[in-house]
Design a binder for this molecule. Structure first.
Ligand code: UTP
Length: 462
């Protein structure tokens, strides 16, 4: 077997991964052989020798405009909003909507030792991210009279524990037939010489291939076919770490459908030009994202005559896709390019010693789902106020933003505002949390709490 593997590795100068072959037992040898055979060395060689799709950002940014947008003003216009809401609600009622959740990341910044979806973040309920999201899908499905099929993408590091956790919790009330857990692929990393790294003597280091891995994994695992057989036409996409996400929001779905868009991105309005979010722009008629790190300051700071930022649309990684669009692009192998990320990766050196580098020593290769935008017909963006729809759990305390405490505070602030809009006062310092199965919005809250006029102690509405 060793000779066969050497023949694969030799042309790519990667035989060092067999350095400890003779020390491995037969199971470990078989595992290493499987890892080697699964690698596309030609692709890896091309990637290692490329610059990671570095574009001429200055030139692109100079031409960048904001794509067609549904703004907060449209959402605030009762006629426009109602028409969109009705359209979206009709799609939900017809069972044409599914949700895809990406949960394959390793949550390294949060430093939680389990998959991030298991992190408890309900300010009073202590519900986990999974529980909070599923409550929302159940509430939306109940309102529409049709369940919303839920597709969860894990990765090899998060798959087994996520599957077990959801099963142990009876899928938080969802019918297991409506929950599909599928696993994304991995990509090996290389050092500065383009060489593979060993994380132990029999394991080639590999990490999840980015949230863009969703496209290939949806296809490979039969999820796109399953969606088709269920009559799904619109796919709502979100990330596991944002409990404020307005999952399958009828108005967002409606605006997407109304505009004939194949891919709609929810965005926040940037007030700080240097805000660390991807900028959704149109260049030469094609919608795309320019990452904050790639947008030169002079272009980020451009303003319109009214003083507002010209490139105002910041991506929050919430999208609506047409299923047919995902099918079409999943057939085009190169629809999503790989990006390079320079990271610290622990490795076993030639002496067999584990080295934990203090500087970036490796290049990882990741695909990003937003790279589908240029391929989408009629792509639009839809504005959301972050206070209503975006606050992600990313960092461990004492980080200045996106810690669990920031997220809990944002949930309490939103639900306090809902109560106040429903005509109920909330005493200072009192915390409230509303389960979507109790009320999904202010109108439902008004109906439920018609006899109350003030809340004076902490309360979880469930
Ligand atoms: P992030 O890039 O924020 O990664 O992913 P993360 O894993 O949550 O956290 P860090 O960066 O390691 O601290 C954004 C979303 O994309 C998913 C994550 O699960 C998260 O929902 N993701 C990321 C994947 O599903 N697969 C990947 O390969 C990467």
């Amino acid at each position: 077997m060793k000779a066969e593997l050497e023949a694969i590795l030799q042309p790519y100068d990667q035989t060092h991964v067999l350095r400890f072959w003779d020390e491995l037992d037969s199971a470990a040898q078989q595992s290493l052989a499987d890892q080697i055979k699964a690698i596309d060395f030609e692709q890896l060689k091309t990637l290692a020798g490329s610059s990671g799709g570095a574009s001429k950002w200055d030139e692109l940014a100079a031409k960048a405009e904001v794509p067609p947008a549904i703004t907060a003003d449209d959402f605030a216009n009762p006629e426009s909003y109602q028409a969109a809401y009705d359209l979206g609600q009709a799609a939900l009622k017809a069972g044409k909507v599914a949700m895809v959740l990406v949960a394959g990341g390793q949550g390294s910044r949060l430093g939680f030792e389990h998959p991030k979806g298991m992190f408890p973040v309900g300010p009073l309920s202590d519900r986990t991210l999974y529980n909070m999201l599923i409550d929302q899908l159940l509430a939306r499905g109940k309102q529409a009279g049709k369940p919303i099929p839920f597709y969860i993408m894990t990765s090899p590091p998060t798959h087994a524990e996520t599957s077990q956790f959801l099963a142990d919790n009876d899928y938080f009330g969802m019918n297991p037939d409506d929950v599909t857990i599928f696993c994304q692929g991995t990509m090996p990393a290389v050092d500065s010489d383009g060489k593979l790294l060993l994380s132990d003597k029999g394991t080639i280091f590999a990490s999840p291939d980015g949230h863009g891995g969703t496209l290939g994994a949806l296809k490979r695992d039969g999820c796109l076919d399953d969606m088709k057989s269920r009559g799904i036409e619109h796919v709502f996409y979100g990330q596991v770490d944002n409990p404020l996400i307005q999952a399958c929001d009828p108005a967002l779905l409606g605006y997407h459908i109304e505009s004939g868009s194949e891919m709609t991105s929810q965005v926040v309005r940037k007030h700080d030009p240097m805000l660390k979010v991807g900028n959704v722009v149109v260049v030469d008629g094609r919608t795309q994202i320019i990452e904050y790190s790639d947008l030169p300051e002079q272009y980020a700071k451009q303003t319109l005559p009214d003083g507002s930022l010209k490139l105002w649309a910041g991506s929050i990684a919430v999208h609506v896709f047409e299923r047919s669009f995902l099918e079409r692009t999943s057939d085009q192998a190169d629809a999503l390019p790989f990006h390079h990320a320079h990271k610290k990766v622990a490795f076993v050196d030639s002496q067999g010693t584990l080295v934990k580098p203090t500087e970036n020593n490796a290049t990882k290769f990741e695909r990003f789902i937003f790279d589908l935008l240029p391929s989408a017909k009629n792509a639009i963006v839809c504005e959301v106020d972050p206070a209503d729809g975006f606050c992600a759990v990313k960092n461990a305390p004492p980080a200045p933003s996106e810690t669990p405490q920031h997220v809990k505070d944002a949930i309490v602030a939103l639900h306090t505002r809902w109560l106040e809009e429903a005509g109920i006062t909330v005493a200072d310092g009192v915390k409230v949390e509303i389960n979507p199965l109790f009320a999904l919005d202010v109108n439902q809250l008004k109906d439920k709490l018609s006899t109350e006029d003030s809340i004076t102690e902490d309360r979880y509405f469930v």
